[in-house]
Design a protein around this ligand. Structure first.
Ligand code: NAD
Length: 438
């Protein structure tokens, strides 16, 4: 099967590499020449564990190539995947479909035979039908079907998720397209991973409903965490006790500084807008968005209390800036709300992150980057754990405390405990939803 993959971001590159590993012939396209040059040199423009080795293996096998020339990639392709960005449209919160529609138009103009045009980008209900219209208008002769194939991979575990998915969702309008999609995913089908075949609208909706549900679960536990702080309960014990219930499950029940990342904030917002458009308001999702914003702001208040009411003149070491561990992605990370508040309040901020510096340097002006947590903590008034990278999960807390001017910690991922902190000599320790010492 010959596949063209339009967009080589977190989703397009992982999908392209994995499809080539299935044995398909894949050409990945990006309009960013710097990305394609890197890929052609065998370098991966993003940080995703395991991706570089799998990419090199398939390039060497001759199944995977890269180009900026969309026409060349589409020529002879039996399936063309659209995996371009769908960020929040400025001003109104809708998903911005400019990149999707531009790609669709260009694909239509360059199709040379029948192909299935598969939207992998997360797009609101109705978009696949619009893609079809845009393509038919751009080239009335084009012979194609559209398919919706939303992606559920998680950054940081993307290859594992792609190769061993909980399910693959495929929305189609006819059997011809369904057959092409079945052929593409045959290796997963043979290994009995569930493939859910639906109409276009249901496939589009599944993606938003799933993301909104996960964002709700996180926000729910964050709100329970706040109440735990007031009543003297411990959110870790509460989460454990809840999560062991099979109907609830233990995933996405960890309290923290609010969800971020490249998907939940924009997808919850886009779903809320779709609900408004159809006069079927997503009231739960709208509340989740509001509460999540409040949670991030509440973290700033927590830090301010820890530092005696003001950031001014304080030195603060921030451990972790990416939106979660094992990725370099900074999109909508809680750090983008919290760190500027510290800097704006007059603090001297030092940041450490195993992969965040490349993106973070431009996004977090005024901070000093360090590569070692103990060095970052030297003479500091507080340490803040914002992302639970493994590097920050087994710190020598005694050593850390000794380096600091005043040993205080805000553990916003609940990695340690008040007991650990006290034993190590911390004079103040705050976390999320548990006992604190201030
Ligand atoms: P990204 O911003 O990392 O990558 C998009 C890429 O598309 C960029 O490299 C850009 O240069 C390229 N591009 C844009 N227009 C193009 C065109 N006309 N021709 C060729 N290349 C073009 O985005 P991403 O994180 O990979 O997300 C892509 C889509 O997948 C989004 O809709 C997102 O919501 C969805 N998604 C993302 C994740 C995730 O974890 N990142 C997970 C599931 C779904």
């Amino acid at each position: 099967m010959r596949i063209a993959m339009i967009g080589t971001g977190y989703v397009g590159l992982v999908s392209g590499v994995c499809f080539s590993d299935f044995g398909h012939e894949v050409i990945c396209v990006d309009k960013n020449p710097a990305k394609i040059e890197m890929l052609e040199r065998g370098e991966v423009p993003i940080y995703e564990p395991g991706l570089d080795a799998l990419m090199v293996k398939n390039v060497e096998a001759g199944r995977l190539t890269f180009t900026t020339d969309l026409a060349k990639a589409v020529d002879g392709a039996e399936a063309v995947f659209i995996a371009v960005g769908t960020p929040t449209r400025r001003g109104d919160g809708h998903a911005d479909l400019t990149y999707v529609m531009a790609a669709a138009e260009e694909i239509a103009q360059n199709l040379t035979g029948y192909a299935v045009i598969v939207t992998k980008s997360t797009v609101p209900v109705g978009t696949n039908r619009k893609v079809k219209q845009v393509m038919a208008k751009a080239n009335p002769e084009a012979d194609f079907d559209v398919a919706s194939n939303p992606e559920f991979l998680r950054e940081g575990a993307a290859i594992e998720d792609f190769m061993k998915p909980d399910r693959v969702v495929v929305g189609v309008q006819n059997e011809r397209a369904a057959d092409v999609m079945a052929e593409i995913y045959r290796p997963l089908f043979l290994r009995e991973f569930p493939i859910v075949t639906t109409d276009l609208e249901s496939a589009e909706m599944i993606k938003y409903a799933a993301n909104a549900f996960l964002a709700t679960k996180i926000t729910f536990i964050n709100e329970i965490a706040r109440l735990c702080e007031k009543v003297g309960a411990d959110i870790k014990q509460v989460s454990k006790g809840m999560g062991l219930d099979g109907r609830i499950g233990n995933k996405f029940l960890h309290a923290g500084p609010g969800y971020g990342g490249s998907c939940f904030p924009k997808d919850t917002m886009a779903l809320a807008r779709t609900g408004q458009d159809y006069a079927a308001p997503m009231q739960i999702v709208e509340t989740v968005i509001k509460v999540n914003d409040e949670i991030k702001r509440r973290m700033i208040d927590k830090l301010q209390d820890l530092l005696g009411g003001s950031f001014n003149g304080k030195t603060i070491a921030v451990f972790g800036v990416t939106f979660k561990p094992n990725t370099d992605d900074m999109r909508d990370a809680p750090a983008l709300t919290i760190v500027p508040a510290l800097v704006g309040g007059g603090a001297k901020v030092r940041t450490v992150d195993p992969q965040g510096k490349r993106e973070g340097e431009a996004l977090l002006p005024g901070v000093q980057w360090e590569d070692d947590p103990y060095k970052a903590a030297r003479g500091a008034d507080a340490v803040v754990i914002l992302t639970e990278w493994n590097e920050f999960r087994a710190l020598d807390l005694k050593r850390l405390a000794k380096k600091m001017e005043t040993p205080r910690m805000a553990d916003l991922r609940n990695v340690y405990s008040l007991r650990d902190a006290k034993r190590a000599g911390f004079e103040a320790y705050v976390s999320v939803g548990r006992d604190e010492l201030t």
